[in-house]
Design a protein around this ligand. Structure first.
Ligand code: ADP
Length: 499
């Protein structure tokens, strides 16, 4: 093994980041660059895959140079990425045939409805652990084949390649030598049979996808080829890949069944490790590949809340009642728990466990005494209430954690984490390094490189910053949760009786 550093690439929805770690997983250097979001029509979201690639090249070179290193200083590269986003490119030129269709894009909603009406949902869910929803890659891929000039015949002639962002980056990094993904990303495509760990022939037929488009599916710590010398002056092996939420679970050392992590960024994503059992949810949560190592699959159950940090951005940018996100902490601390005002941030409908695409936001319970401070505090509280509902749904599926590991940009907010512990009634644990996602990708690469010898090593490298213990009375907790559910009932026809 050469080098003494690991490069982690985090290709996210709004920015690309590169972090350089030493072999004790301390951050040595980092760089971040935003790229354009493309909204061609209401409900459509696209990225220019060339712009993504340019941003990745730029942050990689900048972070490696800031670390005072070059290719020779690096033992391995790990990649984590926005999941489900779909790219199709020409195998000869490497050029995308269209913009990438982003995970948030809803253009295939009618097609998903039609498949559901035709009775396909249970079968698709049994094979993939997912739901028939535009969120996942398959219907986006079909849209490209059906709508981009010449795409389908060229795909059928074997001229094109499909990939989620990890696959596209691996292709580009290796100069077109490797067409591969990992099992965690594959499990988000709606084409991958999570029980057999193979592309599902019946699903390829259902969605009309030629098999020749698909990448090879590897473990999360595996040999994904070497980066071309043109990137860093010499080749570096790519040894770790995982989708962003699964990578966060790994960065949080969530290796035992029952361990649950929640990432609070723009949205909020919870994954509970379910070990070698693929637990099918009774509450419309998703079953997913948490990671696959040495051919052995570890499953997870996942739920998402669409609006978390973006509600704080709304306070800042739409309402203009705060100047910056961190200000919410001092406002809430001075205001104290708000009992009668509830903000329901259903700006884009409600996710798990409600799945009500038609719900819209509301502020409920305003009186003449309610002002800016109450609205700001109630917005933070809403993030905890949404987490509560998700964890109750998981508990009904048999997964009730005794502790929640949290990460992401919002967890800098101590007041939020204390309120979260109070509402969940369990301890909330914040690690010293809250960038769990890219840390997870780097750990996978380090594992394959032999820098870390086992998952236990990853656990040992993780350190806890602070544990928030619940201290609210049961009475107050119940009052608040009941008040929240009444507020949700005002905006949604979905059944709000959480089991
Ligand atoms: P993403 O990876 O989804 O871009 P991050 O993990 O970087 O998101 O988190 C950024 C989000 O966290 C933003 O929406 C921001 O409003 C919110 N945020 C950042 N700091 C705080 C804070 N101290 N209190 C509340 N929210 C915060």
């Amino acid at each position: 093994m050469s080098g003494h550093l690991i490069l982690g690439i985090d290709q996210g929805t709004s920015s690309s980041r590169a972090l350089v770690y030493d072999h004790a997983t301390n951050v040595v250097a980092s760089a971040q660059e935003e790229f354009a979001q493309i909204y061609p029509r209401p409900g459509w979201v696209e990225h220019d895959a060339e712009a993504i690639w340019a941003s990745v090249v730029s942050v990689v070179r900048s972070a490696v140079s800031d670390a005072g290193a070059d290719h020779a200083g690096l033992s391995a590269i790990g990649i984590t990425n926005q999941r489900e986003t779909t790219v199709v490119w020409d195998r000869k030129t490497g050029r995308p045939v269209s913009n990438a269709i982003v995970w948030q894009d809803r253009r295939t909603a009618d097609y998903c409805d039609a498949l559901r009406a035709a009775g396909h949902e249970d079968d698709v869910a049994a094979r993939t652990g997912l739901r028939l929803d535009p969120y996942f890659s398959a219907t986006k891929l079909k849209w490209i084949l059906d709508n981009v000039d010449g795409a389908r015949p060229r795909a059928e002639a074997g001229e094109l390649a499909f990939g989620t962002i990890d696959t596209f980056l691996i292709w580009r990094l290796t100069g077109g030598r490797v067409h591969a993904t990992d099992a965690s990303n594959a499990s988000r495509t709606l084409l991958f049979n999570i029980h057999r760990q193979a592309w599902d022939t019946e699903l390829l037929e259902l969605f009309g996808i030629p098999e020749s488009l698909l990448p090879e599916v590897l473990d999360c710590a595996d040999d994904f080829g070497t980066s071309d010398a043109s990137l860093l002056g010499g080749e570096v092996p790519i040894l770790g890949v995982a989708g962003d939420q699964q990578a966060a679970l790994i960065g949080q050392a969530g290796f035992e069944p029952g361990v649950t992590k929640s990432t609070y960024g723009t949205g909020c994503f919870v994954i509970a490790n379910t070990g070698d059992e693929a637990v099918a949810s009774r509450n419309r949560l998703l079953t997913t590949v948490a990671y696959r190592l040495g051919g052995k699959v570890t499953y997870g159950i996942e739920g998402s809340v669409f609006v978390a940090g973006s509600a704080i951005q709304w306070l800042r940018d739409a309402l203009s009642i705060i100047d910056s996100a961190p200000e919410t902490e001092s406002i809430a601390a001075a205001t104290g728990v708000v009992e009668d005002v509830f903000v329901v941030p259903a700006f884009a409908g409600l996710g798990a466990p409600y799945w009500d695409a038609h719900a819209r936001g509301a502020i409920v319970g305003l009186t003449r005494g309610s002002g800016r401070n109450e609205i700001v505090t109630a917005t933070l509280q809403a993030i905890a209430f949404q987490s509560h509902d998700l964890l109750e749904a998981m508990a009904d599926d048999g997964l009730r954690p005794s502790l929640l590991r949290v990460d992401g940009g919002m967890v800098a907010n101590d007041w939020l984490l204390q309120f979260l512990a109070d509402i969940l009634g369990i301890a909330v644990e914040r690690p010293a390094d809250t960038e769990s996602t890219v840390l997870g990708a780097a750990c996978l690469a380090a594992l394959r490189a032999g820098v870390l010898s086992s998952l236990e090593d990853i656990g040992r490298a993780r350190s806890v910053d602070r544990v928030f213990e619940p201290s609210m009375s049961e009475d107050q907790r119940e009052r608040l949760v009941n008040g929240w559910h009444s507020a949700v009932a005002r905006v949604s026809g979905a059944n709000v009786t959480i089991p």
